[in-house]
Design a protein around this ligand. Structure first.
Ligand code: PA5
Length: 445
């Protein structure tokens, strides 16, 4: 079995009758999801995406990826939130967080349009100097300001370098099939476009063109990624939490939340999971945090954070639980060398693989945190590969949907994101926001 849940380190925190009670609520949430009658029911396209994806477009994604690989040194992915986090998480997880520094025959990949930092933009523009560049602009709405600004800047760069005609071969757009400024602009200019399906929200879109084009450019096996997700889709169907570990995880989150464990910390022991943690935080935070409810998602990479947040987790307020995603690393081996002089007194580790030491660090930490009053739920992944990651992605998406319905929120909208946008537009003087601008001016004065 490639993914498995270990609930042993919850035994001191959750009683059997609590599981039994939550099981009925999970079943109700699952009925709502499967019958497509719950809130956000028009955004359930992600559920059967691993098998029901557009095969013609999928072939086009692979073709475009091969073209991008051949024609550039630097590939800039422009998007924010769900429009970039999934692809970045997958690339770093399967390739490396140091992907750009590694020896490879695929382009360097950078992400832009997820901030409005002039510093960051200038750094990227400097990196592009003297290099061949392609860009992929990703925005479902086609109207988000941050990526729109980045697109304008990179379009100018490409048009200066290759001319308007030449740049057309280097600009790839992923957006709604018909709506939005980006779509009409792409059609006018003749850029190649890919579709964010109507019924798939941004944070659930990693297995659409949104994620797949950048992922394919990095050389990741997208077929295996989709196959893993398809396997998860088959596997997690039972409404019984004793048969369905994904639903059981959703139940656990809900039980712990009701006990005052209002924060979930995603824990990984591999730096290549840093962006996967970011993806998880967006998935759960944007799906559940509404109607004044929801777990607050946080994340750590151990051992690094054992020497910072580790102190708080061990000894601070007892308001959190940890979800530990543990990868059985089978490929990378690195042994501690022996030193006959043993001046550093490390010879008790001589010949040991770092993976083995890491797993002892993990078990030591799980027990310490458990003893310190922190429930730990563990998810074991059999191997670091595209297939297993596909399964993991689907597992969390499904768990998130079930958890959201257990909370009685709409897991598929994000109304809270609008508040800052309105204020920003008003402050920037965007036409149509004059009244709000007045109000904000009073507050600022
Ligand atoms: O999950 C979501 O829906 C959001 O995070 C969006 O992906 C994000 O706001 C970007 O939106 P868009 O793709 O419309 O530019």
């Amino acid at each position: 079995m490639s993914l498995s849940l270990n609930t042993k380190y919850l035994n001191d925190f959750i009683n059997e009758h609590e599981y039994a009670c939550a099981a009925t609520q999970v079943k109700a949430a699952a009925d709502l999801l499967r019958s497509k009658t719950g809130p956000g029911k028009d955004f359930l396209g992600w559920m059967d995406l691993p098998v029901a994806y557009d095969k013609e477009e999928y072939a086009r994604i692979k073709k475009a990826a091969a073209k991008i690989q051949k024609s550039c040194d630097v590939f800039i992915v422009i998007g924010i939130g769900g429009s970039y986090l999934g692809s970045r998480a997958v690339i770093e997880f399967l390739k490396s967080p140091l992907y750009n520094n590694m020896k490879k025959d695929t382009p360097d990949i950078y992400f832009s349009g997820c901030n409005i930092s002039a510093t960051s933009m200038n750094e990227l523009l400097a990196i592009c100097e003297g290099k061949d560049v392609c860009i992929n602009v990703i925005s479902k709405s086609g109207t988000t300001t941050e990526p729109a600004i980045a697109f304008r800047i990179f379009r100018e760069l490409l048009e200066k370098k290759y001319g308007v005609e030449g740049s057309k071969d280097r600009i790839f757009i992923t957006t709604d099939k018909a709506r939005g400024t980006l779509k009409s602009f792409a059609d006018t200019m003749g850029y190649e476009t890919f579709v964010v399906p109507d019924d798939v929200g941004g944070r659930f879109s990693v297995l659409t063109a949104v994620g797949l084009l950048p992922i394919a450019v990095s050389g990741v096996d997208t077929d295996a990624l989709m196959a893993g997700a398809a396997a998860a889709m088959e596997k997690y169907t039972s409404s019984d939490i004793e048969e369905n570990e994904c639903y059981k995880y959703a139940a656990i989150r809900n039980i712990l939340l009701r006990k005052g464990k209002a924060m979930e910390i995603f824990v990984a022991y591999e730096p290549y999971m840093l962006m996967f943690n970011e993806w998880l935080k967006q998935l759960f935070g944007e799906s559940e945090g509404k109607d004044n409810k929801g777990l607050y998602p946080s994340s750590v990479i151990f051992s690094t954070d054992l020497h910072s947040l580790g102190q708080y987790i061990q000894d601070g307020m007892r308001t959190m639980f940890e979800t530990v995603v543990s990868i059985n690393e089978t490929e990378n081996v690195c042994k501690v060398p022996d030193d006959p002089k043993n001046i550093d007194t490390l010879n008790f580790l001589s010949g040991m693989d770092l993976n083995e030491i890491n797993s002892f660090a993990m078990m030591g930490t799980v027990i310490a945190h458990n003893d310190g009053g922190v429930p730990n739920v563990m998810l074991n992944v059999a191997k670091r590969d595209a297939y297993n990651l596909g399964e993991l992605i689907y597992f969390f998406e499904l768990a998130c949907a079930i958890s959201g319905y257990m909370l009685c929120v709409n897991p598929f909208d994000q109304p809270g994101v609008e508040a800052y946008k309105k204020n920003m537009f008003a402050l920037l003087g965007k036409p149509g926001y004059e009244e709000l601008r007045e109000k904000l001016a009073q507050k600022l004065n």
